[in-house]
Design a protein around this ligand. Structure first.
Ligand code: DON
Length: 571
């Protein structure tokens, strides 16, 4: 095993200590672990938002599990050690490339409950009530994660009980929390108190601190029921009953029928060529990346980005304008295509994209009032991402979420897991921004059983037909632009995976008409962009991107983002 620590991102961000006697497994120690930013290896790798989850995944690979086994175990571990976003009460998307060349796209996005209605978050005067779509059980869609895990398991090799056991142990016996988790939990104390009738283990009299042990007995019980009864252990029986009881107590509308009928959906992956050697595989709707990523990449494919230079004014301007154009279409046209006709073919077609690029002025910032969505003729900040690559050649890319940090903030009493607040990803009223500032209309209006539009963009890039990059990130609406930039940084600017992950990102989403930039983008570039007419706004982190790159010779390089405790491990 050759693991390296990225000198850029200081190793040993934290080392937590506590008697490790409860866990005897090799070097797996939930009371003493460290962040590792970069792994160079030859057999397999996992990169996720938490060192313990990455460790669980790699141990499964070492046991002979494939990338699907490791992904399932990693997701379940994240549900325990990374409660703000890792989840069983939320949903997500999986994109995979099997060793036999098959592409896979699994949609385990939440759906609107059967009693959901278009105007359910409007008051009697017709005003949107963000408090209802963003907190408490009324903000929850029907969770999809557990169904998604069992859909993924069809491609796995090991018994499910082996994959879920590490998560059960972590919940039952506890693990030491990081300093980031401690401060997040402290920040949410009053929110948890407000949105729970049965106080969850996250609520504590004394402030949480780094190294405290978090034990989640009720969650362990829920996980055991899933271990023993499969997906039905979650969607039916005791846990389903507890979810519905919690929803009733917390003024939500989830029913037993909603849970019983939830299905993960295997969809056709979006696949398109980029430049001569590459193919991009990504998630279709209701993940917006399936439309926006091909749009943005096709818009820049023939432009001399390399000549312009990384972080140059010309390059940032071109990429920001491309983002603006794509997000204008997102707001008007994108939604769950099982409920609303989305002209995907036209939106991603070369003539349409060429016509859109006529709006691009290389010398001047665009203006979102002038730039609207294209004309279409009728045609026939908390989520988490992880990647796995295994020795058999399977690649898995999963983005999963509760939506906001700790989701609805409502923990299912007696079952110990957080419910999502994914309903806010619908357009609760045309033109009213959601918590990520995204606007929408008819295409993404609420309807019973419909899936809310997502920005999550788990992606795999093939080079000459073989997996080359596995990539994805959290970050609300910045997800698609971060995936776009990471791909361009590696394929066009020849950046290393570490630089592509860690160098500053920027983001334009049409509305608001602002170019968001991370603080370390060169000041000179920002000043020039302002002169061109951009409204530039510096912001904290954009995304937490994870990348695995596989060289043609078979070397694996996994990189975790410096912006969090993200950890890359391999063997
Ligand atoms: O599906 C979506 O687009 C959002 N629910 C994702 C939320 C997210 O990434 C928050 N993370 N920082």
């Amino acid at each position: 095993m050759s693991e390296t620590r990225n000198s850029l991102c200081l190793p040993l961000l934290f080392i937590l200590s506590f008697p490790a006697l409860l866990y005897a497994q090799n070097d797996f120690n939930p009371y003493h672990y460290q962040v590792e930013k970069r792994a160079l290896c030859t057999h397999g790798a996992v990169v996720s938002a938490h060192p313990l989850a990455s460790r669980v995944g790699v141990d499964i690979l070492k046991m002979g599990g494939n990338a699907f086994d490791a992904a399932i175990a990693t997701q379940l571990a994240l549900a325990v050690v990374y409660p703000g976003a890792g989840n069983i009460g939320g949903g997500g998307f999986m994109v995979a490339r099997l060793a036999n060349g098959k592409n896979l796209a699994v949609d385990f996005r939440e759906k609107a409950p059967g009693h959901a209605t278009r105007d359910m978050y409007l008051d009697s005067a017709g005003n949107a009530q963000a408090a209802l779509s963003q907190n408490g059980a009324l903000s929850s869609g029907v969770p999809g994660t557990v169904a998604g895990l069992f859909e993924a398991w069809k491609y796995a090799r090991l018994p499910f009980k082996k994959l879920i056991q590490p998560a059960i142990d972590l919940a039952e016996k506890g693990f030491c929390i990081s300093s980031a988790e401690a401060s997040n939990l402290n920040e949410f104390q009053s929110t948890f108190r407000k949105y729970n009738t049965v106080m969850p283990v996250f609520v504590k009299e004394q402030p949480w601190k780094e190294g405290d042990t978090l034990v989640q007995k009720e969650l362990a019980h829920t996980l055991r029921l899933i271990r023993d009864n499969g997906a039905r252990g979650f969607y039916e029986g005791e846990i389903a009953g507890l979810i519905v009881a919690e929803s009733k107590r917390s003024h939500g509308i989830l029913t037993l029928e909603d849970l019983r009928t939830y299905k993960a959906i295997e969809r056709e992956a979006v696949v398109f060529p980029y430049k001569r050697d590459y193919s991009i595989i990504t998630m279709p709707l209701p993940a917006s990346g399936g439309v926006l990523l091909p749009q943005m990449l096709k818009m820049i494919e023939d432009q001399p980005l390399k000549k312009y230079g990384f972080e140059s004014v010309k390059a940032v301007h071109l990429m920001a304008e491309v983002e603006r154009l794509a997000y204008a279409d997102r707001a008007k046209y994108l939604g769950d295509k099982d409920f609303y006709h989305v002209p995907v073919k036209t939106l991603t077609s070369t003539p349409y994209i060429m016509a859109r690029m006529k709006l691009y002025d290389p010398n001047r910032a665009g203006n979102s009032q002038d730039i609207q969505a294209g004309q279409i003729k009728p045609e026939s900040e908390e989520t988490t991402h992880f990647n796995v690559y295994d020795k058999y050649g399977n690649a898995v890319s999963i983005t999963t979420t509760l939506n906001g940090e700790y989701g609805s903030a409502t923990v299912v009493g007696g079952a110990g897991f957080l419910l999502n607040n994914e309903m806010d990803d619908f357009s609760v009223k045309p033109g009213v921004p959601n918590m990520y500032g995204a606007v929408g209309g008819e295409a993404n209006a609420i309807a019973a059983g419909k899936r809310m539009l997502s920005s999550m963009t788990p992606t795999i890039v093939l080079k000459n037909g073989k997996p080359y990059l596995v990539v994805g990130t959290p970050g609300g609406t910045t997800i698609t632009t971060s995936v776009f930039q990471t791909i361009v940084d590696i394929l066009d600017f020849d950046l290393s995976p570490s630089d592509a992950v860690n160098m500053p990102k920027f983001h334009h989403q049409w509305l608001p008409d602002i170019l968001f930039v991370e603080k370390d983008l060169p000041q000179a570039t920002l000043e020039e962009l302002e002169k061109m007419g951009y409204h530039v706004k510096k912001r904290e982190h954009i995304g937490r991107t994870e990348v695995i790159r596989i060289s043609e010779a078979g070397g694996i390089e996994a990189v975790g983002d410096k912006r969090g405790d993200d950890t890359a491990l391999g063997y």
